[in-house]
Design a protein around this ligand. Structure first.
Ligand SMILES: [Zn+2]
Ligand SMILES: [Zn+2]
Length: 333
């Protein structure tokens, strides 16, 4: 099978033939149809994760199950599935025993079995989610990291009807956060520093596009403040600033890897009973909810598609900040 192999960090990925794989007990073999490229893949490329080469990245894969390993009874050959990051906890640690396998320190991921930038990939059956009828492989792919992440972020912010949400950082994750927040009926603001993005952010359903300079908090307060901030930015100073734009009792959910420690004014935290929390892909129901909204046409990932052969070009585009808003690699059928 062909796979985009990372043999060395900070070097082009090698599209090469590798040995076919067979599913072990509890695993399935998937013929990959599409695979999204996430910002995290750039961190992998740059060697920011403690990983050993060679490895195959790609954690937004969708495709068809072509073979079942021993003991897999819930999935069938021919099922259309996607695979999410934490596919299976160890099952034995205190976190797994509490029913939180996604938080298990020993969780099995694409790093263990290989990612989706490959013709065929292995996955644990527990890491596969059925695609709803009618959704395409390429539009479903970004839901498996970007969409899942922001849906969990939104749910972890526990928004109440009538509350106001602001999305900070409107890229691959953020453009879906705007759409998901609107899709569940919340007033939604999109924050950007660029006036020329206004029309596009409106097209994602934002009720208001907030053009903010350095003082995001002040700008939000001038508009009456917000109850929830869904932050996908990597800029720690923006997170700190935006936090000041929360109404009393407001929650900021950070889903980006911040480039520095996040500084929060202690008085503003306690006097306003604000919350700062982190969130990644959480409850499986969050993924199901995002996929259902996709199937209902209530959200639509804005994607650029490329053949797998162009994976290095895509990675460079993403690294240069040129992708609008998610790049998805299409695999030959
Ligand atoms: Zn990702
Ligand atoms: Zn565990």
């Amino acid at each position: 099978m062909k796979a985009a192999v990372i043999n060395e960090f900070n070097a082009p990925w090698q599209l090469t033939d590798v040995a076919d794989v067979r599913p072990g007990p509890g695993q399935v073999l998937i013929r990959v149809r599409a695979s999204g490229m996430c910002g995290t893949d750039l961190h992998v490329h740059h060697g920011a994760f403690p990983l050993r080469t060679p490895l195959v990245a790609g954690h937004e894969p969708t495709g068809d199950i072509v073979e079942l390993g021993a003991g897999v009874t819930d999935l069938k050959v021919g099922d259309r599935v996607g695979v999410f990051w934490n596919q299976k906890g160890c099952g034995r640690c205190a976190v797994c025993q509490k029913g939180m396998p996604a938080r298990c320190a020993e969780a099995s991921t694409w790093m263990n079995l290989g990612g989706g930038n490959s013709e065929l990939m292995l996955a644990w059956s527990s890491g596969c989610q059925l695609l709803p009828d009618g959704v395409s492989y390429e539009e479903a792919a970004p839901i498996f990291c970007a969409g899942y992440t922001v849906m969990s972020g939104l749910r972890n912010a526990t928004p109440k009807p009538g509350e106001r949400v602001a999305v900070l950082g409107v890229g691959g994750l953020g453009h879906l956060a705007v759409q998901l927040s609107k899709a569940v009926g919340l007033e939604t603001l999109a924050i950007t520093g660029q006036e020329n993005k206004r029309a596009e952010l409106k097209s994602f359903g934002a009720d208001e596009v907030v053009i903010a300079g350095d003082d995001i908090g002040k700008r939000l307060q001038a508009l009456g403040g917000v109850d929830v901030i869904l932050s996908t930015t990597n800029a720690a100073n923006q997170i700190s600033s935006a936090f000041e734009g929360l109404r009393p009792g407001g929650r900021l959910v950070s889903m980006g890897v911040a480039n520095a420690p996040i500084t929060i004014n202690s008085f503003s935290l306690l006097a306003n009973q604000r919350e700062l929390r982190g969130s990644t892909q959480d409850e499986r129901s969050d993924l199901a909810e995002a996929l259902a909204l996709l199937a209902q046409g209530k959200i639509k990932p804005k994607i650029e598609t490329y053949p797998l052969a162009q994976i290095n070009t895509v990675r460079e585009r993403l690294d240069a900040g040129k992708v609008r808003y998610r790049a998805v690699l299409l695999h030959a059928s």
